[in-house]
Ligand binder design. Structure first.
Ligand code: GZL
Length: 354
């Protein structure tokens, strides 16, 4: 009789150990992210960055890395998706396996995230989206989003062009613009493309082509080289980021044309987005980029504040837009009005060189 009792006690003891080992959901920071046993109360953040395609992206990565430091109380696990969604999904699954405390995702495109974000939700790990948006069936799959209003950026750039043309007496039908688009399906591409397309339709501009430049200098140069061979009347090149603009200007100059503001004199106006570093500012000071709609990459401090609020049991705003300006060296357009809101144009001068 006593052997049966002993066996029952042994079975119960083994089941208890098994249950503790498989708890899964319990989040013990000492065990998470491979920190077995180490006395470690760092908040573990898994950051899936989409790539390193542009100066903006590098500034965004730097902002996140300088916020989530050990001296600030964090362990950051950084994964570069190399512009491929499959890599980002793999990274998120790795973060789930490592039982990180938070996942931050900078999504390469808007669609295709429902399944993996559901897996993170099922694992009890909050997900914060930064920069571009995700298009999911249930917005409860992420805690909140920090980024830019890309369509407003596009509207600002297009309205700047509209006011410039009006002031200079350039007929709408004489604006022959090509759009060098960002990564297809990214929020930045969708918003900036819509901003221009809507303005072209409303103002009667000749929007001749929309071609993917993938936010890179090399692709920007390649597609503008091709467009300049195809059309001889392009006078505005709308680049959806600065790196594309740098490539476009190379192509313009190698074709024997000039990037500038004198459309009537045969120059080609280059309009761009981001404005994150001195190279972009210098292109404006040199008169080669006429206008840049700023895109703010500094999301690190905001995401850190969101996590600190969550740690205290708070609820962050779901949609958090960063503030952005519009820059030019040309003083023709000083203020924009878009849907009733006024935006000052920041006029740069040589002293503004960073
Ligand atoms: C915008 C961001 C874009 C930048 C590009 O928030 O997603 O991606 O404008 C970057 O420079 O590559």
């Amino acid at each position: 009789m006593c052997w049966k009792k002993a066996l029952a006690i042994a079975v119960i003891f083994i089941l208890c150990i098994f249950q503790a080992g498989c708890s899964g959901g319990f989040h013990d920071r000492n065990e998470s992210a491979g920190q077995e046993g180490a006395a470690n109360d760092y908040i573990v953040v898994g950051f899936s960055q989409l790539g390193a395609e542009s100066d903006w992206r590098n500034e965004n990565t730097e902002s996140m890395k300088s916020s989530f430091t050990e001296e600030n109380g964090y362990t950051l696990i950084f994964e570069d998706g190399q512009q491929k969604q499959a890599n980002q999904i793999r990274a998120i699954r790795m973060f789930i396996q490592q039982e990180v405390d938070y996942i931050v995702l900078a999504p390469v495109m808007e669609t295709g995230w429902d399944t993996v974000l559901q897996e993170a939700k099922d694992a009890g790990i909050p997900v914060i989206i930064v920069d571009r948006k995700v298009d999911v069936s249930d917005e409860g799959l992420f805690t909140c989003w920090v980024g830019s209003d890309f369509e407003l950026e596009g509207k600002k750039a297009a309205e700047w062009l509209n006011q410039y043309a009006t002031e200079k007496g350039i007929e709408s039908g004489d604006i022959h613009v090509v759009n060098i688009q960002g990564t297809k399906g990214s929020s930045a591409q969708i918003g900036r493309t819509k901003g221009l397309a809507d303005a072209a339709r409303a103002n009667g501009w000749d929007l001749m082509a929309e071609v993917i430049g993938d936010f890179t200098r090399a692709k920007g140069k390649e597609v503008v080289e091709s467009l300049l061979k195809q059309y001889n009347n392009i006078n505005v090149v709308y680049c959806e980021n600065d790196n594309e603009a740098f490539g476009a200007i190379e192509a313009i100059e190698e074709a024997g044309r000039k990037a500038g503001s004198n459309i009537a004199g045969g120059e080609i106006m280059v309009i761009s987005f981001d404005g994150v570093n001195e190279e972009a500012i210098q292109y404006m000071l040199d008169g080669k980029i006429i206008c840049i709609a700023e895109c703010n990459p500094l999301h690190g401090p905001r995401v850190q504040a969101i996590i600190e609020l969550l740690e205290k049991g708070g609820t962050p705003e779901k949609w958090q837009y960063v503030d952005e300006e519009i820059y030019s060296v040309d003083e023709t357009v000083k203020r924009l009005t878009i849907e009733g809101a006024d935006y000052e144009v920041t006029i740069l001068r040589q002293k503004d060189k960073k």
